[in-house]
Design a protein around this ligand. Structure first.
Ligand SMILES: [Zn+2]
Length: 495
């Protein structure tokens, strides 16, 4: 008799992200104060962003433009009619005691973005993640928990209103994400898109991009969602992934042991690599939203929409597909090259100047990127322009110089620019591809090493490498390696 093992329940996670993203306008959303990061506390403030009585907000038109462009890039429908609302809550960093946000008529809805995961074998899997909505709002200030008063012993906090009124878009995804890896990739793709548009710098360390995760777990096949938990306080993509993986395990364990899962907000603790409970979650009815009476509703004209649409660049996903399908690059190479718009455009200029895409990709992803990382530079800051790199690649491909020589002169080109061709001519580095000239050198090398020649001929054929090395040494690396082998081998063998 056999006893069937108990069937282990399979679970799936249902994950959605709410991302707050600071728009990179020079001034705040409803006043002319600067949005610059790092100013002394309370320097970038005025009666409007301090919420003084009797002042009126005026919408910064750049904020609307950036929000609409982000909505278009996320394949969303732009609202013909939209408005601002007051979200009421009390917090010391919120001088008006309400935040101007958008509630039931956001500027954009029903979009999607495509994430791409590449496995170890280099095969890409693509998936669309729905975007529920994108809306504009103002940021709150910042509390600095300063410590305790020496005399009274009571603790106190300071508030910095520089950030109050800085423009944000909040982008809410559909619960289409199933793993920590997908969530991290979604956040990265979102950041890439916003950076391509130049509407945000997406700097997580400075708080320009902040992600909150909603996550629940349910048995596979179950229609109904499990109890949703929100996680905050992740300031890197890897933290998003790790926090979700930890939370999935925690919720599955709770379900298995019959422990209740509470609807709450949890914080990711980087130090202990776990989530901890922070508070129970408010519903939207707690905020008492109502239409903002001081701002006119928004209507984007078809002509305006058309103009903004025409200004959108080619986006990262389109670039990835084109690099794979038209330039024949691997999914991996296409991802690396398109991560930053400036690097992708540099690469494209190299290819447009007739360099082979594969060679161009190898140079840009290899030596050029290594140099940029080491020197902390952007590609636009180096002296080697795209045409110069194309010229260098052309010189390797037509046999004028070896790859080795190209790498030797690269540092000089990177820092001083100029023509690769002129540089190798002035340094006398042109490859020796003349058969007669090379034969003469090879004969000299063989004549100078009788002992090695004898060993070679008695079967130690590995010494071929020694002779090639001698030829390279004699020519300062300028001998055409292929031709050298072609001439050298028969001479060694036949004597
Ligand atoms: Zn202000």
């Amino acid at each position: 008799m056999t006893i069937a093992a108990p069937v282990k329940t399979q679970y799936e996670a249902v994950i959605g992200l709410e991302t707050h993203c600071q728009l990179s306008t020079a001034t705040k959303i409803f006043c002319n104060c600067s949005t610059a990061f790092g100013a002394e506390p309370n320097q970038n403030v005025c009666p409007v962003c301090m919420g003084m009585p009797g002042v009126l907000p005026v919408l910064n038109q750049k904020v609307l433009e950036y929000a609409v462009k982000a909505g278009l890039a996320l394949n969303a429908e732009i609202a013909k009619f939209s408005k601002f609302d007051r979200k009421q809550y009390f917090y010391p960093d919120l001088p008006k005691n309400y935040q101007i946000s958008q509630y039931d008529l956001p500027i954009a809805e029903h979009g999607w973005l495509e994430i791409e995961l590449v496995d170890e074998a280099g095969n890409p899997t693509r998936k669309r993640i729905g975007i529920t909505r994108l809306h504009m709002e103002e940021d709150a200030g910042k509390l600095v928990h300063a410590g305790s008063d020496r005399l009274s012993g009571s603790t106190y906090s300071l508030v910095d209103f520089n950030r109050t009124g800085v423009p944000l878009v909040e982008i809410v995804s559909e619960p289409d994400i199933r793993s920590g890896q997908e969530a991290a990739e979604y956040a990265q793709e979102l950041r890439r898109i916003l950076r391509y548009l130049n509407v945000s710098d997406g700097n997580m360390q400075e708080g320009s991009l902040r992600c909150d995760v909603n996550i629940s777990v349910r048995p596979v096949g179950q229609e109904k969602f499990g109890t949703k938990v929100e996680i905050k306080n992740m300031n890197s993509f890897s933290a998003i992934q790790k926090a979700i993986e930890h939370e999935i395990d925690r919720q599955i364990e709770a379900l298995e042991t019959g422990e209740p899962i509470v609807q709450e907000t949890r914080l990711w603790e980087e130090g202990s690599q776990r989530t901890i409970s922070m508070r129970s979650k408010e519903g939207s009815s707690d905020y008492r939203y109502f239409p903002e009476p001081d701002l006119a509703p928004l209507e984007v004209s078809p002509a305006q929409l058309k103009e903004w649409k025409s200004q959108l660049p080619e986006l990262p996903a389109e670039k990835r597909h084109r690099y794979e399908n038209e330039l024949g690059l691997s999914a991996y190479d296409a991802r690396v090259l398109t991560d930053e718009r400036s690097l992708a455009e540099y690469f494209e200029t190299v290819v447009a100047a007739k360099a082979s895409p594969k060679q161009a990709a190898n140079w840009v992803m290899g030596d050029i990127s290594a140099y940029l990382n080491a020197e902390k530079l952007q590609v636009g800051q180096i002296a080697l322009k795209a045409n110069g790199l194309a010229e260098l690649i052309g010189l390797i491909e037509d046999g004028t110089i070896s790859g080795k020589i190209a790498k030797e002169i690269l540092p000089e080109l990177l820092t001083q620019g100029g023509s690769a061709k002129e540089l190798i001519e002035s340094k006398g580095l042109v490859q020796i591809s003349d058969t007669a000239e090379l034969e003469k050198i090879i004969d000299e090398v063989i004549a100078a090493s009788p002992k090695e020649l004898e060993q070679y001929r008695s079967g130690k054929t590995k010494l071929l490498g020694f002779f090639v090395g001698q030829v390279m040494k004699k020519t300062n690396g300028r001998a055409d390696p292929k031709l050298t082998n072609q001439i050298l081998a028969p001479k060694l063998n036949n004597g």
